[in-house]
Design a protein around this ligand. Structure first.
Ligand code: B12
Length: 293
């Protein structure tokens, strides 16, 4: 686990690239000049590399793949899936990931999530790009009767566990941006989007209290009194009882007003509720919005 709170640069120097690929620095220079190995140039003219540059090179030059943390898919190094990870486009990876999630192959799930993070340093790509698609695909398959309820549970729990483990490896800055409270309504079982919101806010430097599924809003007053969140994020995917959810939203708006907290909301459940114009709730439609909120 990475414990440090310092910012770690994702850039790798030519010397380190040479060490990783077990060649000399002159070779690295030659490859970049020949356009075989991509890089970025600093203002001072130095070559810097990202993991994805190295991985793209290794996919073209298989001999070097052994030096890099490309994913071993079962007994083979599936270069097509590795290439998708590099490009950050997950067409074939989505069904593969879903199958592995249903089989609870948590090591594979973790390897994929960690690799995407290592290559791109971008959690949005994982949350908006991969996991939302996989979870929607679970929903479609379930609707078409292609998945049993148990299979759906297995897959969603494996994915949720994967997010929790990813939280352990992604370094967080000092929590000096303020305090945020992430919650769902009292009839909500879908807590995966809220978990992603928690993680994204932590990487932005917020100290986050996350109360997860089924939070009775009337009961949160003590949290407001002791934690004094400056921001509250409500995630609502499915509303079981419209009147109750509407009443809880009103309660939450009142609490935020009383304790001077900004209220943000997201999820398809919220769109079923009526939100009068004078209510101050900023509606967010995806995780990119959370990063920009
Ligand atoms: C996993 C899952 C479950 C798991 C949840 C596990 C868990 N720990 O979260 C379990 C098995 C418990 C479950 C239960 C149920 N589920 Co369910 N579930 C799903 C599934 C497959 C994925 C949900 C998910 O995490 N999606 C990923 C998120 C990221 O996607 P999203 O919700 O579309 O969110 C997007 C935006 O809305 C936004 N967003 C969402 N939340 C937030 C929050 C913030 C703050 C922000 C900024 C943005 C944001 O970001 C996302 C990206 O664009 C969906 C299928 C689907 N289409 O999503 C069904 C789905 C949501 N479930 C559904 C149903 C019907 C149920 C049950 C009623 C089933 C039943 N008969 O018991 C119960 C509901 C229980 C309850 N009271 O909540 C329906 C809801 C249909 C509807 N809206 O009327 C769906 C759509 C499946 C379907 N196709 O029919 N479910």
């Amino acid at each position: 686990m990475i414990q440090t709170t310092e910012k770690i640069s994702p850039y790798i120097s030519s010397v380190d690239v040479a060490r990783i690929l077990d060649v000399n620095v002159a070779t690295v220079k030659r490859w970049t000049e020949a356009g075989k190995l991509d890089c970025v140039k600093t203002a001072g003219g130095h070559r810097k590399f990202l993991m994805r540059h190295l991985a793209a090179f290794a996919i073209e030059h298989e001999k070097y793949a052994q030096h890099l943390p490309l994913i071993q898919f079962g007994s083979e190094l599936n270069l097509d899936l590795n290439a998708e990870i590099l490009r950050g486009e997950f067409k074939d990876l989505v069904p593969f990931f879903l199958e592995k999630a249903m089989l609870c192959e948590s090591n594979m799930i973790q390897n994929i999530l960690n690799s995407i993070y290592m290559v791109h340093h971008d959690l949005l790509l994982i949350y908006d790009g991969l996991l939302t698609s996989v979870l929607h695909e679970i929903g479609h398959k379930w609707e078409r009767g292609e998945l049993s309820i148990t299979q759906e549970h297995l897959a969603s729990q494996t994915i949720r566990d994967g997010i929790v483990k990813l939280q352990e490896i992604v370094k967080k800055p000092e929590p000096d941006e303020g305090r945020a409270f992430v919650l769902t309504f009292s009839d909500e079982l879908h807590d995966i989007p809220a978990k992603m919101v928690q993680h994204l806010l932590e990487t932005r430097g917020f100290q986050v209290l996350y109360s997860g599924q089924r939070t009775p809003i009337g009961d949160t007053v003590k949290v407001f009194e002791s934690f004094h969140p400056q921001r509250v994020y409500i995630s609502s995917v499915y509303v079981e009882n419209l009147d109750e959810a509407q009443a809880e939203l009103t309660e939450l708006v009142d609490l935020c007003g009383k304790f001077n907290a900004d209220l943000y909301g997201g999820g398809s459940g919220l769109s079923q509720l009526s939100i009068p114009e004078d209510i101050h709730i900023r509606q967010l439609s995806n995780f990119q919005d959370v990063m920009e909120s």
